[in-house]
Design a protein around this ligand. Structure first.
Ligand code: GLN
Length: 488
């Protein structure tokens, strides 16, 4: 088996047993990126030199018996995480020249675990999008069909993992940005409970919704990565001060007796029948392993997209006010006065979708509209949270489709923001409620991957990963790899 076909777990074991060195492994992935990324555009920055130096350090640590739990494993970071000394662009012209002076907590934690950073992955600008087409650096292509989108906003991470350019990557999920691209690219991605992963050094989009998580081929690999990402952080006041759970030891637990809820709202009449069927088939597999399936209802979930598109832009308009052309980032040429500097730096530095969100958000928060929009949306948010709380009194896990459709053609929705917003119709409610959820590969339709979403109760990442791992022991969807750009 070539190195790039191995899972993170297999790579970890191989490194531990001395089958190969971190330098060999890192060089292997860097060569793959060099030969194949031009077909995908999954990376914004490749940090080859730094990666090899980190690999050598990991090999040295291993020889001295001081290697971290993920010592020597190369991964990629979404370009939303600040990385010291390396450009951190958030896929925006605004930050095209930004070299971060520090590492995000997630990056620090993973470094402490010994990972090597291959580079920074492409994404939608400031994580706003569902297709990776809003990036200043151009769209990412789906490795299963390069005419199609990889999903967004963590599309570069998803495409890189699916194409075996990296064994795993980090992503962020504000309304579906880990799960939806994971589904469209045929990999596994987990959005953790809000507050278990520090947001410090992760460029903010909508602070009450943003959460970082792992993207990898298997649930087991996501567990390995998550284990090194979580934990309290005094630098982020919304990061919870609670003990770190164990995501690894329960992966293989029997799921007999587990109750899975299927919300009727996740199977609307106009849902693509083939996607509904793939979801049902995955649930049947879990039933075969002893899980019980019940029908449930989450009546307020239908309001999640409109509530999200008030709350997320409102928070974004506030978070993005710091990009003013003065402190850091893009500055327009020859401003005539301060007002001109602000106006032109922001008009020229931000892309169209980002500006649309800032306008919507500023409007929703303005005097006279705050009560009508923002406050209303917050009330809806509470109703959605209550729906889930009621459901979790009866069920352990909720299942449904991750995305209402397969990977669509590049350009197909680019000029229709509202249709694009519907790509997250099944993922957004989870962020509004702060719950954990994952997407796992559950089949193919016309050669394109389909994902199934599993939603858990607060802090039950262990249970989600357990169910997904059991499913992956019985299926091989997650082992399929795409053929693209001449690769086999
Ligand atoms: N597609 C959604 C949006 O554009 C979610 C993005 C995300 O999760 N970062 O806001």
């Amino acid at each position: 088996m070539s190195l790039h076909d191995k899972t993170l777990k297999q790579l970890r074991d191989g490194l531990q047993q001395g089958e190969f060195s971190s330098r060999e492994l890192t060089q292997h992935f860097l060569s793959r990126i060099a030969s194949h990324d031009s077909a995908l555009n999954a990376f914004i920055t490749v940090t080859a030199e730094q990666a090899l130096a980190q690999a050598d350090a990991a090999d040295k640590a291993r020889a001295e018996n001081s290697a971290g739990v993920l010592g020597g494993i190369p991964i990629a970071h979404k370009d939303i995480f600040c990385t010291q000394g390396v450009r951190t662009s958030c896929a925006s012209k605004m930050l095209d020249n930004f070299i971060s002076p520090y590492d995000a907590t997630v990056v620090t934690r993973l470094k402490q675990a010994g990972v090597v950073t291959l580079g920074k992955t492409n994404m939608d600008e400031f994580a706003m999008g569902s297709s990776n087409e809003t990036s200043f650096y151009g769209p990412v292509k789906n490795p299963w069909d390069t005419q199609r989108v990889p999903g967004g906003s963590s599309g570069g991470s998803a495409a890189a993992v699916a194409a075996r350019l990296a064994p795993a990557a980090t992503g962020t999920d504000t309304g579906g940005s880990i799960r939806q691209p994971a589904a469209l690219c045929g990999i596994t991605g987990l959005k953790p409970t809000y507050g278990i992963v520090s947001r410090w050094g992760m460029i903010a989009f909508a602070s009450s919704l943003d959460q970082a998580g792992p993207m990898a081929r298997t649930a087991e690999d996501c567990a390995l990565l998550l284990q090194s990402m979580v934990g309290p952080d005094e630098k982020d006041s919304t990061c919870l001060n609670r003990k770190v759970d164990d995501y690894l030891s329960g992966l293989n637990k029997d799921i007999a007796g587990l109750t899975i809820g299927l919300p009727e709202e996740f199977f609307p009449k106009d849902l693509d029948g083939r996607i509904a069927e793939s979801t049902q088939a995955a649930v049947r597999e879990l039933e075969k392993q002893g899980a019980k399936v019940v029908s449930i209802s989450l009546p307020s979930v239908k309001l999640s997209v409109p509530a999200y598109y008030v709350i997320a832009p409102a928070e974004a308009s506030s978070n993005l006010s710091r990009f003013d052309g003065v402190r850091f980032g893009y500055r327009c040429k020859d401003p005539v006065d301060l007002m001109d500097l602000y106006k032109r730096s922001r008009s020229e530095g931000f892309g169209e979708e980002v500006k649309r969100r800032i306008l919507v958000g500023t409007y929703a928060l303005s005097h006279g509209y705050y009560d009508a929009y923002y406050l209303k949306a917050q009330k809806v948010r509470r109703l959605i949270r209550d729906d889930f709380a009621r459901a979790f009194e009866k069920v352990d896990v909720i299942a449904g489709p991750t995305s209402p459709e397969l990977a669509f053609n590049l350009g197909a929705k680019k000029d229709d923001p509202v249709t694009m917003y519907m790509a997250d119709v099944f993922t957004i409610a989870v962020n509004l409620a702060g719950l954990p959820a994952l997407s796992m590969p559950a089949g193919f339709i016309e050669g394109l991957p389909v994902g199934v979403q599993l939603i858990g109760n607060y802090f039950r990442e262990d249970q989600l990963l357990n169910v997904a791992h059991r499913y992956q022991q019985a299926t091989d969807w997650h082992q399929q790899s795409p053929v693209f750009g001449g690769d086999k």
